[in-house]
Design a protein around this ligand. Structure first.
Ligand SMILES: [Zn+2]
Length: 108
């Protein structure tokens, strides 16, 4: 996932109960935010035996710190997944020299 891109790029990875990757949904945002289309995500979640989700995206600024939008999106997705009996395992932001893990920072 190249951080040099001038827009945020990311993915939603769906894993089954055995921890195997079922599907990767690619996300493309603008220069400083990444939209997660829940109306698109929900049918994909329900169409497969997904149990765990990992979000990840890059910051074109090179800084790994989450934006307010990143924090809000993480909370929204985590809450949505709980409704379906699924878990957001982590949301990782990749910067130029560092990564930010919501789980690692105790935010999930
Ligand atoms: Zn971000």
């Amino acid at each position: 996932m190249p951080f040099q891109a001038n827009c945020e790029l990311g993915a939603v990875d769906l894993y089954d109960a055995q921890g195997l990757l079922i599907e990767r949904i690619t996300l493309i945002g603008d220069h400083h935010s990444l939209a997660i289309d829940l109306a698109h995500l929900v049918p994909r979640l329900l169409a497969c035996p997904c149990r765990t989700v990992i979000l990840h995206h890059s910051h074109p600024s090179g800084r790994a710190e989450p934006s307010e939008a990143d924090i809000a999106a993480t909370r929204a997705v985590a809450g949505l997944l709980r409704l379906f009996g699924m878990q957001l395992h982590d949301h990782v932001i990749v910067g130029a020299q560092a990564r930010f893990s919501f789980r690692g920072e105790g935010l999930i």
